[in-house]
Design a protein around this ligand. Structure first.
Ligand SMILES: O=P(O)(O)O[C@H]1O[C@H](CO)[C@@H](O)[C@H]1O
Ligand SMILES: O=c1cc[nH]c(=O)[nH]1
Length: 237
């Protein structure tokens, strides 16, 4: 086992889906995977491995925010040899174009986090980006399933409750689609260790209009995003 994951060697598949919510991990495993077995309950951060279309796939909760997601990403890659990581998260849509339950594929991730400023001594604004093969596979897969997906940059924020909503308006002016809290760390750590990563999101909150989905819906729905993620890891993992 690693410091935060209780799996034995070989119990985690090379392809992993990453929801922030551990109970979404349970729902995904029970709903979409065949013969899913729980391999982790350390800190209640549930992880499962099963098969999808005959291919081994794991699903691991990461918690909320970049420090937590960084721990799971680092250990999955370095302690368990995971090669392909697709986040399946929720987000707040910026601007007015995207609606509740729309699906986004994050081509790149802006961030207000200090993590990469520390990594690069504050001298470089590193640009965390998705793996192109995964992004292309996700777009193809969504098209084959007739699921509309919007591709573009997002913001990975350290704040859920922000004091600076004006910055969200400015980011929307610059084409940033949505805000969530993990993608920049996922993309950066995957790049550092030569793994492949992508973030898929479903709009759970419309920041501009104030519309929201329920916590039950955040935990146990958003099937279209999960189907695209599973097809993507099987096709391009
Ligand atoms: O639904 P998840 O995957 O947790 O993602 C989003 O939801 C949480 C905030 O409610 C943050 O983790 C944010 O990134
Ligand atoms: O507004 C939102 C919704 C989901 N996740 C976030 O980080 N922000």
């Amino acid at each position: 086992m690693s410091t935060h994951i209780g799996a034995a060697p070989g119990e985690i598949a090379p392809r992993v889906l990453l929801p922030g919510d551990p109970l979404r991990a349970k729902w995904i495993a029970e709903t979409f995977l065949t013969d899913a077995k729980c391999y982790n309950n350390v800190r209640g951060m549930l992880g499962y491995t099963g098969t999808y279309q005959g291919v081994p796939v794991s699903v691991q909760g990461t918690g909320m925010g970049m420090p937590s997601a960084s721990i799971y990403t680092h250990e999955l890659i370095n302690d368990y040899g995971v090669q392909t990581l697709v986040r399946v998260g929720t987000c707040g849509a910026l601007g007015t174009t995207l609606k509740l339950r729309d699906v986004i594929a994050a081509s790149g991730s802006c961030t207000d986090s200090n993590m990469n400023r520390i990594r690069f001594d504050g001298l470089i604004d590193y640009a965390p980006v998705a793996d192109f093969g995964l992004l292309r596979a996700a777009v193809d897969t969504a098209e084959a399933r007739s699921i509309p997906v919007t591709v573009g940059p997002i913001l990975a924020a350290d704040f859920f409750y922000t004091d600076r909503p004006d910055l969200y308006d400015r980011l929307a002016d610059y084409g940033v689609l949505a805000v969530e809290m993990e993608s920049a760390a996922l993309y950066t750590i995957a790049a550092r260790f030569r793994a492949k990563a992508l973030t898929l999101l479903t709009v759970s909150d419309q920041i501009t209009t104030g519309e929201k989905t329920t916590s039950q819906e955040r935990q146990e729905t958003f099937a279209q995003m999960v189907e695209v993620a599973l097809d993507t890891v099987v096709k391009a993992g």
